[in-house]
Design a protein around this ligand. Structure first.
Ligand SMILES: Cc1cc2nc3c(=O)[nH]c(=O)nc-3n(C[C@H](O)[C@H](O)[C@H](O)COP(=O)(O)OP(=O)(O)OC[C@H]3O[C@@H](n4cnc5c(N)ncnc54)[C@H](O)[C@@H]3O)c2cc1C
Length: 284
């Protein structure tokens, strides 16, 4: 199939892009890497009147360390994020997650802003941003705001973005001393969306997990913090007995969906497997 005809705009400033968003309202759609939007257009799942291609907007593809933390521009490509030495140093969780995002061809075009705005519940980056307590920067006509990632993802393909707004960056707060990260996922084939993924970020001292932040993807409508498991793990040395307890606590956190790729029981089991792997890596 081919897309329904649409107008195409390629603004060269954020102001111009936001003005176009205002002009078209619900009929306008931002085009970033196109890796999710273009297939949706071709299948006529999306039928916007106008595409607003933001690829030429200056200054949105940067990766930098600022006083508020690591700032990753919305137009930073997945591949640039994957290979960034700044990200490896200041947000190693994201570096570990990136190779799991689609295939290389997709990562060369797909963007951070696109991934965040799409809010696929199985996507890796949103789970990392929740685990890292990151914020999403958003611009509207004459407005700038920041929303914690945990409040940004509202449901399946649903975010806190209002009509006419554009994601401009994500900001990861500076990593504090003693915090370590581990990302794991299981997918049917490499490059597929995760059946279950886990972004784990923990404070470790002498082999004891002092605090844990565990964000799963693929087990619910949004990235999901496993608060019971975090509590069960916090302040403890992760022995086999403790991990069995944590596994039970995790059951209280998860109510995963079943689909053609896996049953709820399979996803629960995989979540436990990933948690054990991540904790082992974090305390190693
Ligand atoms: C075969 C295949 C496998 C994939 N596997 C994975 C995977 O395993 N994990 C994963 O996370 N992703 C996966 N993806 C998706 C890929 O990561 C996309 O790149 C990403 O989800 C969307 O980014 P994009 O830049 O391509 O956005 P686009 O496709 O251009 O846009 C996606 C949506 O976000 C909106 N949007 C884009 N940028 C902004 C912005 N800055 N502000 C506001 N709205 C915006 C668009 O209007 C559109 O609604 C896969 C894609 C394919 C085709």
């Amino acid at each position: 199939m081919k897309p329904v005809p649409f107008a195409y705009h390629r603004p060269i400033s954020l102001d111009e892009a936001l003005a176009l968003m205002e002009r078209y309202g619900a009929d306008g759609r931002v085009l970033a890497g196109g890796q999710s939007l273009v297939p949706a257009l071709n299948m006529r799942l999306a039928t916007p009147v106008a595409l607003i291609d933001i690829n030429r907007l200056p200054g949105l593809d940067g990766i930098s360390v600022e006083h508020e933390g690591l700032v990753i521009g919305a137009l930073a490509r997945h591949e640039a994020v994957e290979h960034s030495s700044l990200i490896a140093r200041h947000a190693p969780l994201i570096s570990q997650a990136m190779p799991h995002v689609g295939h290389r061809a997709i990562r060369t075009r797909g963007t951070v802003g696109g991934s965040v705005a799409l809010a696929d519940p199985a996507a890796e980056l949103p789970a990392c941003l929740v685990a890292l307590d990151a914020v999403i920067r958003v611009a509207g006509r004459g407005t700038q705001r920041e929303t914690p990632a945990v409040n940004f993802f509202r449901g399946i393909y649903t975010t806190d973005l209002a009509q006419g707004e554009i994601v401009t960056a994500v900001v990861v707060p500076p990593i504090r001393l003693g915090w370590r990260s581990s990302f794991h996922e299981l997918a049917r084939r490499h490059g597929d969306y995760a059946l279950v993924g886990l972004a784990a970020h923990c404070r470790v001292e002498g082999g004891v997990i002092k605090e844990a932040r565990l964000a799963f993807c693929g087990v619910g409508p949004t990235p999901l913090r496993a608060l019971h498991a975090e509590l069960a793990l916090g302040g403890r040395r992760p022995t086999a007995d403790v991990m069995a307890e944590v596994g039970h606590a995790l059951d209280a956190d998860l109510d995963p969906p079943g689909d053609v790729h896996g049953s709820p029981a399979l996803r629960r089991h995989l979540a436990r497997v990933l948690l054990a792997r991540a904790v082992k890596q974090i305390v190693a």
